[in-house]
Ligand binder design. Structure first.
Ligand code: HEC
Ligand code: HEC
Length: 295
């Protein structure tokens, strides 16, 4: 909470100072909402997909292609540009997109957009995320259309996919676990979407919830993704501080470094979270049901 708290303090000072200067304290409230949203958007890893770093694209103006067995998806421009971004969206449009995987016109998104995870985020947090996204520079560049072949290109087929695989609904705390583990579960599942890579999928791209976080031989780019459950033979046996160090700097207990997609997650997402939140994520991973999954 280090960054977030210092921002809150700054916002608080702004309120104190503004009373004397005659400014409206509403501005300070908005500033803190935007700062809260910035942290949540970081925890959500949105920038990794929605920015094309290789082509030096502007932040959130549209991402690098995502190859899948169903075709290639291009994460769109989500800057506040009214024509090419989401600048004309209401709060309700944004919440529906993230929670229900639906466009403002009601059409279904493809699950290459991990709304399957963001559905768990609270409405309050989603509104803060929107406030942050609406505070960044609008980029007037069109998104690249997806390149997906028939019949996967039919958005309405997503209705069937959703019925089969989409578990809609906000995060529910597990009363059997501590507040810290629940915080970690929220960060990992509603925001960090760790399971989207670390959980195996069926042939139609649905997540296999029985093997939650148990790793997969075929990750998003066809590479193997490690098992994060605490199974002693095939899973993650690192201590909590070791997991925190890895999520922060990418360094493994045997002095190796995270590679491939995880290096990006660490650079843009987990590496920017507070130690307190990383510890919560690590404790959540430790609380998972061990799944023996060797591949
Ligand atoms: C794994 C990659 C990935 C991540 C991470 C990701 N997105 Fe996306 N996003 C996509 C793709 C792909 C689409 C397009 C889906 C479609 O067209 O059906 C999309 C679409 C969207 C849309 C709809 C835009 C429109 O014009 O209809 C919004 C809003 C959005 N994402 C916001 C976010 C936010 C906020 C985050 C972080 C909390 C995020 N995304 C994280 C891949 C991603
Ligand atoms: C975009 C896909 C992707 C996402 C999202 C992702 N990971 Fe990873 N993760 C990987 C890959 C790939 C590796 C293997 C890295 C390597 O080979 O160096 C990995 C490795 C790890 C490891 C090291 C495990 C080991 O045994 O070496 C941990 C711990 C980890 N991830 C935790 C997380 C957490 C926590 C999240 C969510 C905040 C997350 N990951 C999100 C792809 C991802």
């Amino acid at each position: 909470m280090r960054n977030f708290l210092s921002v809150l303090t700054a916002a608080g000072l702004l309120v104190l100072g503004s009373a004397a200067a005659g400014f409206s304290p509403v501005i300070a409230a908005e500033t803190s909402l935007v700062e809260k949203g910035r942290y949540l958007v970081t925890a959500g890893g949105c920038v990794s997909c929605h920015t094309d770093y290789k082509k030096k694209g502007k932040p959130y103006a549209g991402g690098a292609p995502i190859p899948t067995p169903f075709g290639t998806f291009y994460p769109p421009n989500i800057t506040p540009d009214k024509t090419h971004g989401i600048g004309a969206w209401s709060d309700a449009d944004f919440v529906r997109a993230m929670r229900e995987g639906k466009r403002p016109d009601g059409a279904h998104y493809f699950p290459a957009f991990p709304y399957t995870s963001y559905t768990k985020a609270t409405e309050e947090d989603l509104k803060a995320m929107k406030a942050y996204l609406f505070s960044i520079a609008a980029v007037s560049e069109p998104s690249t259309p997806h390149d997906i072949s028939f019949p996967f290109s039919w958005r309405f087929l997503q209705t069937g996919w959703k019925l089969l695989f989409f578990r809609e609904g906000v995060f529910e705390a597990d009363p059997a676990q501590s507040a810290e583990v629940n915080r970690g579960a929220y960060l990992a599942n509603a925001l960090g979407h760790c399971g989207e890579c670390h959980t195996p999928r069926n042939m139609l791209g649905g997540l296999d919830y029985d093997q939650w976080m148990a790793g997969t031989p075929v990750g998003p780019e066809g590479e193997a993704i490690p098992n994060l459950t605490p199974d002693t033979k095939t899973g993650l046996t690192w201590s909590v501080p070791e997991i925190v160090e890895y999520l922060k700097s990418g360094q493994t207990p045997d002095f190796d470094y995270a590679g491939s997609l995880m290096a990006e997650v660490i650079e843009h997402n987990t590496g920017k979270l507070t130690d307190e939140d990383l510890t919560a994520i690590a404790r959540y991973l430790k609380s998972l049901k061990p799944v023996a999954h060797a591949f």
